[in-house]
Design a protein around this ligand. Structure first.
Ligand code: NAP
Length: 305
């Protein structure tokens, strides 16, 4: 009998993962925020995943942090700013050598969770899959992609990668997961804040090529200084390629702001600026970008952390 997958957070990625694991008949349980959310979930038939326009509903069992039973494997699928507190609520249920898979974007939250749970194995993930919530308990699989998983302190892959294979979740074990996360963070810092400031789609940043190039140069300097030279390689050309390939898209940060949702700025641009300060590195354009973004968020009444 496979170990149960406890999925913390029934948002876009949590539902995408839980539905595919359930589809492969693997044991899955969904941990919801509180009893009110659980009661709301239980009025329906389960989680619905819409893929290629076709909806399927999977009767995944829901619970809350105070439900009984130990947790051996936990997929943390909440936002970076919620991860530490959400995991803390479950600490009393974690088995001594529990494994956690951290799906958060950016950097900072993974280390915070790992420091909170020295006994557990924390596996970091970086995903190019895309999903969005159409309504509560109903998620659209919007962009097929890939998920890299890795453990910076322990290079052996876990046996449960077989479960992902069975569930049809495209993935690979990565021995340089931190490099992947830094690279993704740098791409995000070069694109997403500007789309918020200029209120534009990714493609419209082609009109701000010089600004993008200056940011890329500063980000590359930061990556080198943080011991991530591989993440710095050809950064500008990849940023330009992403801007072109996703020209019609609105960035995730743009969408958060447009929908008056809190952004993950502290784990993206904020993390980059903090790392620069730690290394006493002066990166004027990156720092100015953060000031402008914080001003923009505050002006809209959104949290700037
Ligand atoms: P999301 O749709 O906002 O889902 C987050 C979920 O976490 C929500 O359902 C929320 O509950 C739940 N949650 C928060 N605190 C909780 C707690 N204490 N207990 C239980 N549940 C809790 O976010 P997402 O888009 O899936 O993103 C998750 C992470 O993946 C982010 O770091 C994001 O950047 C990253 N990511 C997302 C995508 C994507 O396509 N969506 C792609 C790549 C990476 P409520 O429903 O009650 O608010």
């Amino acid at each position: 009998m496979s170990t149960t997958w406890h999925v913390l957070g029934a948002g876009s990625l949590g539902t995408l993962w839980a539905a595919r694991l359930a589809r492969a008949r693997l044991p899955v349980r969904l941990i919801l925020r509180d009893h009110a959310r659980l009661a709301s979930y239980q009025t329906g038939k389960g989680l619905t995943l819409v893929e290629h326009g076709v909806a399927h509903t999977y009767p995944v069992v829901g619970e809350t942090s105070d439900s009984p039973g130990p947790i051996h494997r936990l997929l943390v699928a909440c936002k970076a700013y919620d991860a530490q507190e959400a995991v803390a609520q479950l600490e009393h249920r974690l088995a001594p050598h529990a494994e956690l898979i951290l799906l958060q974007n950016g950097l900072g939250s993974q280390d915070a969770v790992a420091a909170q749970l020295p006994q557990a194995r924390c596996i970091f993930a970086s995903s190019t899959e895309g999903a969005f919530r159409e309504s509560d308990w109903r998620v659209v699989f919007a962009g097929h992609g890939y998920t890299w998983l890795g453990d910076a302190s322990h290079p052996t892959p876990p046996l449960w990668l077989d479960d992902l294979q069975a569930a049809g979740i495209p993935h690979a074990w990565s021995t340089d997961i931190l490099t992947r996360l830094w690279r993704k963070l740098a791409l995000n810092c070069a694109i997403n804040p500007l789309t918020v400031l200029y209120q534009c789609r990714n493609g419209e940043l082609q009109a701000h090529q010089c600004e993008v190039a200056t940011l890329c140069a500063e980000l590359a300097e930061l990556l080198e200084c943080c011991g991530q030279p591989a993440a710095a390689q050809d950064l500008q050309s990849e940023v330009e390629r992403v801007i072109q390939a996703t020209a019609a898209n609105y960035s995730s940060m743009y969408q958060d702001v447009a929908n008056a949702r809190r952004t993950e700025i502290s784990y993206l641009l904020g993390y980059a600026c903090q790392a620069a300060a730690r290394h006493q590195l002066t990166l004027p354009h990156l720092q100015q970008l953060q000031v402008r973004l914080v001003q923009q968020l505050s002006a809209r009444g959104l949290p700037s952390d």
